[in-house]
Ligand binder design. Structure first.
Ligand SMILES: Nc1ncnc2c1ncn2[C@@H]1O[C@H](COP(=O)(O)OP(=O)(O)OP(=O)(O)O)[C@@H](O)[C@H]1O
Length: 589
């Protein structure tokens, strides 16, 4: 196949974008000129994860080629101007920062996540449609707030056309007391989960183009030393013109060279169906980009099949499904699995032969399947990197390393907070500082130490609160702004242990690693004693037990209506009776 001409033209079209007319005072687009130019400029990309990179630096031209022709724009109410002296440039510019909520006219709820509601809105400055995510009660739990901090920071630093862009974050009315935050994203029409469900006539060109974008985005994200860790179709936003963007970096982590070899993944609750085999039943592992590659393989397979490839009901079932298809891994691969229970489970499993990919995907392009095999290699060391995958013959005619840029690793300084034990006020301050990246003049003020100004000017967020509340109240009633494609999710907070055991204030990084090692050893010995209680033998039950330890300590997300997906995907906790049945049937098989 090698890529339809239209698709290649499509990519070329994307490479030459008209700069967005949306440049706000705080948008990254603000120094675009008016000529068409390649969006991929190696120098701009290479500096985008500089610690001093500001959301306002305009280093990278982000593509904006959504076709709005089919959409009816709503009326945008006039902005309420406060008195200002139009002759004083600084003042007028300063006031652009103020009352900015008036700039957006909320339209309808387009999605709900565990952290808040996402509404579409029109930016009255530009006529552009945006998505505004309202994150409620950000500081209710420090762990949730830290996740939000991580996500907004990463999305500021990762500027790439295949990664969703934060256009703006609204200035809270009070630096020390704000509770909600409003993040303005570029608006996308749907997500890959919906696209796969709604389209049974996707063509080989669609598959190729989708995979190309995912890998191109990942190549960039991995070059920044960031691992997404929760790639799944719902976390890939999609437009009708086939444009995809990776979103939801809430579980993402930056990997630093001096990180310990085994990381305590206590907060890791990535969706099981897309979870790499080395993570099944394990909560000690080293971050590696190969975990994202596995997820991309699962997503690609799901596009080809029209349904999930490995819809495991628990970790044991997950490993069973993987080995049913890929065959039991060779002993060398099993020996590299960190988790002892998973290792023993796999070694004592009856030997299974791999199923030829062409049997599982009879209609697929053989080149696509050859690449899929490289993405779904059981052993992470055999899995292709994003960069290698882009160079695969499947993409010949489409890939071109010049438009698949890399970037510098993210500076450690940006994520220094991960090493510290933070209290609510610390995270609030860090999030506020992050928000100021979208408010250059306030940032300047803040850096000069004159931050008290932030108390003097209302931000307009109150009006937003009322609009969002109205939308939320009316959702579900006839004629109300329903239309949301996702169902409401509840954030069930359970005490969420930190990924790294926090160092007490004032403790050094080395001391902190020590604490981490001690904690890891403590957990390992607990597991060993659990195993000893069970006579030391491996069992599927043991394996599930250890998996549910990590799951049970984390945020559980439950959908109100989309139960079949969410329950099966998210819940690792099972009743003893269920486990006993499964173990019995495993042993009988
Ligand atoms: N930029 C966007 N444009 C359009 N829809 C979006 C955008 N960002 C998010 N959404 C939709 O809003 C919903 C919730 O968004 P998101 O997943 O970011 O929230 P969350 O609270 O972090 O969710 P989760 O519970 O998955 O962590 C998703 O269904 C997504 O499709």
């Amino acid at each position: 196949m090698g890529g339809g001409g239209n698709l290649v033209d499509g990519v070329r079209r994307w490479l030459f974008q008209r700069p967005s007319s949306s440049s706000s005072s705080s948008s990254s687009n603000n120094n675009n000129n008016n000529h068409e130019q390649p969006i991929f400029n190696s120098s701009s990309f290479s500096s985008s994860s500089n610690p001093n990179h500001s959301a306002n630096s305009g280093e990278l031209i982000i593509e904006e080629d959504l076709d709005f022709s089919g959409l009816t724009l709503i009326n945008v109410p006039k902005r309420n101007h406060l008195p200002m002296d139009p002759h004083k440039k600084g003042e007028t510019e300063f006031f652009t920062e103020y009352g900015e909520a008036n700039r957006y006219q909320i339209q309808e709820v387009v999605g709900k996540g565990s952290y808040g509601v996402v509404a579409s809105a029109v930016d009255s400055h530009t006529g552009e449609r945006v998505a505004i995510k309202k994150i409620n009660d950000v500081f209710e739990h420090v762990s949730d707030a830290t996740r939000i901090l991580r996500e907004i920071k990463l999305l500021r630093l990762l500027r790439h056309p295949d990664v969703v862009e934060i256009k703006h974050i609204m200035l809270p009315p009070s630096r020390r007391e704000f509770r909600d935050i409003y993040v303005v994203f570029e608006l996308m029409e749907s997500d890959l989960h919906q696209v796969i469900k709604a389209n049974d006539d996707l063509t080989p060109e669609h598959y190729q183009f989708f995979l190309y974008q995912l890998l191109r985005g990942l190549k960039y994200v991995h070059a920044a030393n960031v691992f997404h860790r929760d790639l799944k179709p719902k976390n890939i936003l999609a437009n009708a013109d086939c444009k995809l963007k990776i979103c939801d970096f809430g579980l993402a982590r930056v990997s630093f060279n001096d990180a310990p070899t085994a990381i305590f993944w206590t907060d890791y609750v990535a969706t099981r169906w897309y979870r790499a085999p080395e993570l099944c039943g394990s909560f000690f592992s080293k971050y590696t980009p190969a975990i994202d590659i596995w997820s991309v393989g699962c997503i690609f397979a799901e596009m080809l099949l029209g349904k999930p490839l490995f819809p495991g009901k628990n970790v044991v079932h997950q490993l069973d499904l993987m080995t049913d298809f890929l065959g039991t891994p060779p002993p060398e691969s099993i020996s590299r699995i960190r988790n002892e229970k998973a290792r023993r489970y796999l070694s004592s499993m009856r030997k299974k032969q791999p199923v030829p990919f062409s049997h599982k995907f009879p209609k697929a392009d053989p080149l696509a399947l050859r690449l899929l095999e490289r993405l779904l290699a059981f052993d992470p060391k055999d899995r292709a990197s994003a960069e290698d995958a882009l160079a695969d013959p499947y993409f010949s005619g489409l890939s071109n390393s010049e438009r698949e840029p890399t970037t510098q690793p993210i500076s450690k300084l940006e994520f220094d907070f991960e090493r510290k034990k933070l209290v609510k006020d610390d995270v609030r301050e860090l999030i506020y500082r992050e928000i100021l990246e979208y408010h250059p003049q306030m940032l300047e003020e803040y850096l000069r130490g004159g931050d008290q100004l932030s108390f003097m000017y209302p931000s307009g967020v109150d009006r937003f609160k009322r609009q969002f509340a109205h939308l939320e109240e009316n959702q579900g009633k006839p004629g109300a702004a329903g239309g949301g494609r996702s169902t409401a999710l509840h954030r069930h907070h359970a005490s969420l242990p930190r990924e790294r055991v926090p160092a007490p204030n004032g403790e050094t990084a080395e001391e902190s690693s020590d604490v981490e090692r001690r904690a890891a050893a403590a957990v390992a010995s607990t597991l060993e004693s659990e195993e000893a209680d069970n006579g030391g033998g491996y069992s599927a039950r043991n394996l599930m037990k250890s998996a549910s330890i990590s799951g049970s300590k984390c945020i559980g997300v439950q959908s109100k209506t989309d139960k079949e997906d969410t329950i099966a995907e998210e819940e690792d906790n099972e009743t003893v009776a269920e486990l006993t049945d499964k173990v019995a049937s495993l042993h009988n098989s």
